[in-house]
Design a protein around this ligand. Structure first.
Ligand SMILES: C[S@@+](CC[C@H](N)C(=O)[O-])C[C@H]1O[C@@H](n2cnc3c(N)ncnc32)[C@H](O)[C@@H]1O
Length: 387
């Protein structure tokens, strides 16, 4: 049996697994990036994916954010080893030291980003999207800090559909084996006159409290935020015994899947029974789908913004400062009915389509809408042009 791994309260043991690194490298390579000045890596953890991003664009600056200060310390160590100067906080630096961009790491949540609007060329969240409790809030924050034309990418092994058929029972069987293991361990401890390992119900959060979304639901959320071109691709990670043991050497996972058990002992039980759980499944490796997902806001938003900007070039409205998805046609740009008609005509000409059902956008319950934002127009076009 593979040797048990030391339990860590950080994700570090698993983040060093070659299969995991390859999976993340494939994700980073798939991001449709040409020039990047500034990355934001949300839930950056120990820095595995952040450093892959800078491998692709060594001159770019990177801000990393993670909820856990311990992960920020580990990520600091990763960057320091790679020869980068690290600062802590939310600064948007342009500095280079020792010929390398200065990295800035901040403690905080991905759904409350302390950055100005339209700051980053690329925003990523790797292996963590399932941990964000409120998807609408999170995606709106990402859309806010991403520059028009920016790319948002995430990968995840926790979503509806991640377990290939025939493997769904693996987790249940593994947890059952781990529980038997603790029961037998307790019998031995009893015989030796020691206290049993006890579970204290309700002391930690239970696993998978956030609903897993499927790729279609991710897409719906993102369309609402004006993301258009979408690329979702699935890759299958093959986890052997060592890889599974590295996964449950992560105390944060053990704490939620074996909630209430002392973490060290629960990790030993899970690691010890990893081979048995695979054997019960009749496999040498556990396949797990990993979705790489990329959203690109560029095309439609840029086209629509340029139409609006050229229409309003001589007007005394806020469009002269540039439009965003939140710009309101009536309240901000003073559009009158005829301007809306001319806007539609310009869109039809730009996209060579006279058949788009703009009435669906303009009328709700038999009456005209009182306001329209650029984001709503982009979302409408996104759906219509795709259909
Ligand atoms: C599984 S690790 C992934 C780390 C890294 N992105 C990677 O791919 O190796 C998940 C990370 O998400 C962080 N995290 C969880 N909830 C978060 C939130 N609301 N905002 C920011 N980070 C969060 C955790 O602290 C942890 O570092």
């Amino acid at each position: 049996m593979a040797q048990l791994q030391a339990v860590s309260m950080t994700y570090e043991p698993f983040s060093k697994e070659p299969e995991y690194i390859e999976c993340n490298r494939a994700f980073v390579e798939r991001l449709p990036l040409e020039n990047v000045d500034r990355f934001l890596d949300i839930a950056c953890g120990t820095g595995t994916v952040s450093s892959l991003l800078l491998e692709r664009f060594p001159e770019a600056h990177l801000n990393g954010v993670d909820l856990d200060p311990v992960q920020i310390d580990l990520s600091t160590a990763t960057w320091t080893e790679l020869g980068h100067t690290v600062r802590h906080g939310y600064e948007l630096t342009e500095d280079y030291e020792n010929g390398k961009p200065v990295i800035v790491l901040g403690v905080g949540s991905g759904d409350d980003l302390k950055f100005p609007d339209e700051t980053f060329d690329c925003v990523t969240i790797a292996n963590a999207i399932h941990m964000l409790p409120d998807m609408s809030k999170f995606f709106a924050e990402v859309a806010r800090v991403l520059k028009p034309g920016g790319v948002f990418g995430f990968n995840s092994g926790f979503y509806a559909g991640c377990n290939p058929p025939g493997t769904e029972r693996h987790m249940y069987q593994w947890l059952r084996e781990a529980t038997y293991y603790i029961d037998k361990w307790n019998e031995r401890r009893k015989a030796e006159g020691k206290e049993p390992i006890r579970r204290q119900h309700g002391t930690t959060r239970s696993a998978f409290q956030n609903r897993w979304l499927n790729p279609g639901e991710w897409t719906d959320h993102l369309r609402e935020q004006g993301f258009d071109s979408i690329d979702i691709n699935e890759r299958t990670l093959q986890m052997d015994v060592r890889c599974l043991q590295a996964l449950v050497a992560y105390g944060g996972l053990v704490e939620v899947v074996m909630s209430g058990y002392p973490i060290e002992e629960a990790s030993i039980a899970l690691q010890s029974t990893a081979p048995k759980a695979l054997e019960l499944l009749g496999r040498d490796t556990l396949p797990r789908h990993h979705a790489n997902t990329v959203y690109d806001r560029e095309t439609l938003f840029t086209e629509i913004a340029s139409i609006v900007e050229s229409m309003t070039a001589d007007w005394d409205t806020s469009a002269s400062d540039g439009v965003t998805n939140d710009t309101r046609l009536i309240a901000d740009l003073m559009f009158e009915s005829i301007d809306i008609v001319q806007f539609i005509v310009a869109i039809e000409e730009r996209f060579h389509r006279q058949d788009l059902p703009f009435e669906q956008l303009l009328m709700v319950d038999g009456r005209y809408v009182e306001e329209l934002t650029i984001g709503e127009v982009v979302t409408f076009l996104n759906e219509q042009l795709a259909s």
